[in-house]
Write a protein that binds this ligand. Structure first.
Ligand SMILES: O=C(O)C[C@H]1C=CC(=O)O1
Ligand SMILES: [Mn+2]
Length: 383
């Protein structure tokens, strides 16, 4: 019985390739909390806890994720049996309310550790993959229509993405619709165009917005209104032909059940972090499947570790009507994995190897460590 010896966390601040403009913030850096669990038999597991835009997207921040793990999760799990993941999830849920990203980061490292000890992939622990190539969207969010079109054309030509999500909701409705129409006009015949409003509209605005988006020929609109207004989301789902996707409204199985019970959305963006871990995300997926709601693998714009974890789970799902947006590593200037994830032919590929199929490269993360080891300060100071 391998015991959990130590749970270590570190924050890396990774610059993005360009400003990423969402309705609530513009990102220029992505801060990931990397987790490493050391087990008594010498085995290890890694995980990642990442949110978007500090505290502007949700109730957790990189700092809170780290401190919740260090202060409230590690002392509860250390010395426990590392193989008993259901018991460990239960212990985490009893000792830490909320904070799903922190719990997901630790749970990911537990699955990675167990899978490595067994010499199998994490997908195998969830019943095995049914696919190794998953369709993958890219988000056009430079804030400029021409820049977005150039980016889309380049990605289409390189066969990296043929699904594009546009981030809208910051500008005046007319300007947003004109921006979407310009992009649809330019690349809408070769690509699927969707939008994500990130809760920015009122119901009245959303009615106008959805009518306009539908006329333009957009396929799907993600979380047009506030996460609490599930009844209003249903009005939009029932009132328009364009697909309506729930994202922020989904915070694990209980909220998924509420959205599914009223069929308040046509599709679920399932995020492992927002769901509170891979196991709970699998339950959200099962609820969608039972309710006849379409599935999409969402992202918190994680770096390679979190993205690999999501890939392991979503590779086990037979039907992903809306594909995935597991492109996080590409939004970052620098790779942190020893072996980067593979993207080709409009798909992201399930990494091979035990566990998550991902290893953190210590040299690659060194420049981005928020708390530099003393050695680095000394090198920087010329001593
Ligand atoms: O879905 C979100 O709300 C967050 C995220 C996913 C892709 C992206 O560009 O932002
Ligand atoms: Mn979203």
């Amino acid at each position: 019985m391998p015991q959990i010896d130590r749970i270590e966390t570190t924050i890396v601040d990774l610059p993005t390739i360009r400003g990423h403009i969402l309705s609530m913030t513009t990102m220029t850096v992505q801060s990931a909390v990397l987790v490493r669990i050391r087990f008594s038999d010498g085995s290890e597991g890694i995980g990642e806890g990442t949110t978007i835009g500090g505290m502007s997207y949700g109730a957790e921040s990189p700092e809170s994720i780290k401190s919740v793990i260090d202060t409230y999760i590690a002392p509860v799990l250390e010395t426990c049996d590392g193989d008993g993941i259901n018991a460990l999830i239960d212990a985490m849920e009893r000792s830490v309310k909320g904070n799903p990203i922190a719990r997901c980061a630790v749970e990911t490292a537990l699955w990675d550790g167990l899978a490595r000890r067994l010499g199998v992939s994490v997908a195998q622990l969830f019943g095995g993959p049914v696919r190794t190539a998953l369709p993958v969207a890219w988000t056009l969010a430079s804030g400029n229509s021409e820049t977005d079109i150039a980016e889309a054309r380049d990605l289409l030509e390189r066969r990296r993405h043929n699904i594009f999500k546009l981030k809208i909701g910051t500008r005046d409705m007319r300007d947003d619709l004109a921006h979407v129409a310009t992009i649809c006009e330019a690349v809408g015949r070769e690509a699927s165009i969707r939008v994500d409003v990130n809760q920015a509209w009122s119901l009245t605005e959303a009615r106008w917005g959805l009518r306009g988006l539908q006329e333009i020929g957009v396929d799907l609109v993600e979380q047009p209104i506030g996460e609490d207004h599930v009844d209003q989301l249903k009005l939009l789902t029932d009132g328009f032909e364009i697909g309506v996707m729930a994202d922020e409204a989904l915070k694990g199985p209980k909220s998924a059940m509420r959205v599914a019970a009223g069929r308040s959305a046509d599709a679920f963006a399932v995020k492992i972090a927002q769901s509170g871990g891979l196991k709970r995300a699998a339950e959200v997926i099962a609820i969608a499947q039972a309710a006849g709601i379409g599935l999409y693998a969402g992202t918190m714009l994680e770096a390679g570790v979190g993205t690999a974890a999501a890939l392991q789970l979503f590779s086990t799902v037979p039907v992903l009507e809306w594909g995935t947006e597991l492109f996080g590593p590409f939004l970052l200037k620098d790779e942190i994995l020893t072996r980067p994830l593979e993207y080709r032919d409009f798909a992201v590929h399930l990494p091979e190897g035990p566990g998550l199929g991902a290893e953190i490269d210590p040299e690659r993360i060194e420049p981005f460590l928020r708390d530099k080891p003393r050695r680095s300060y000394m090198v920087g100071a010329g001593t």
